[in-house]
Write a protein that binds this ligand. Structure first.
Ligand code: PGA
Length: 225
């Protein structure tokens, strides 16, 4: 059985109270997860709250951050460094398309973020929309642990996912470049369509935005895979 990853990306949603409610309503049974790993990427402000609730409820959830500073600790007002993130999280999303397009993140910045993540022992979840974005970072990643999420721009938040065949083809191309990569598909995943992506041979899981905000829908995505 292949290991499957399910990542919830909450983006800029959820207050302390809403995060606690989500964790209370999530209905995953640890013993039914088998080879499934569930990673929650909340905003920085609720990482500590989520860590507490996960521990209290003994949930099989691992935490990830949604971004990371390109710099080590220092005089960088507003930035959160890898050294700070690793107190809460195991994973970190780097290069999400919203960061690339809205915040003008380029390959040089993304490379610095990858370097920081590796330096502090965080596992990067590199989001890409084309194979060139993998090739550009190949030298930095080398044979280190990496999760790559293929998220075609048209599919993000649109309600129109890519075809599972196309996503699988892209996953194969990514693995040709980085054989050690765990490759995910992201973009309009729901409990209705998750199975068709998960059953593709080169796809190791999904990165879920909108549908992860509802704990019941997210639980169903995990159950339906
Ligand atoms: P979506 O977002 O599931 O809402 O399409 C995916 C993402 O942005 O990671």
């Amino acid at each position: 059985m292949k290991r499957l990853l399910f990542i919830a990306n909450w983006k800029s949603y959820k207050t302390q109270k809403e995060a606690r409610e989500w964790l209370a309503e999530l209905s995953i049974k640890n013993q039914e997860l088998d080879d499934k790993e569930v990673i929650l990427c909340p905003p920085f402000t609720v990482l500590a709250t989520c860590a507490e609730s996960i521990q209290e409820k003994s949930l099989s959830l691992t935490l990830g951050a949604q971004d990371i500073s390109p710099f080590d600790e220092g005089k960088y007002t507003g930035e959160i460094s890898a050294k700070q993130i690793r107190e809460f999280a195991t994973y970190v999303i780097i290069g999400h398309s919203e960061r690339r397009s809205i915040f003008a993140e380029d390959e040089i910045l993304i490379q610095k973020k990858l370097d920081q993540a590796y330096h502090y022992g965080l596992i990067p979840i590199l989001c890409i929309s084309g194979i060139d974005q993998v090739i550009n970072q190949k030298e930095t990643i080398r044979s280190q642990e990496i999760i790559v999420a293929f998220e075609p721009l048209f599919a993000i938040g649109s309600g129109t996912p890519d075809s599972s065949q196309n996503a699988n083809h892209m996953a194969e191309q990514i693995k040709n470049q980085l054989p050690q990569a765990t490759v995910l598909y992201g973009g309009s995943i729901t409990s209705e369509n998750v199975a068709q992506f998960i059953e593709m041979p080169a796809i190791n899981g999904v990165l879920v935005g909108s549908s992860s905000l509802d704990p019941i829908e997210f639980s169903e995505i995990i159950a339906h895979a």
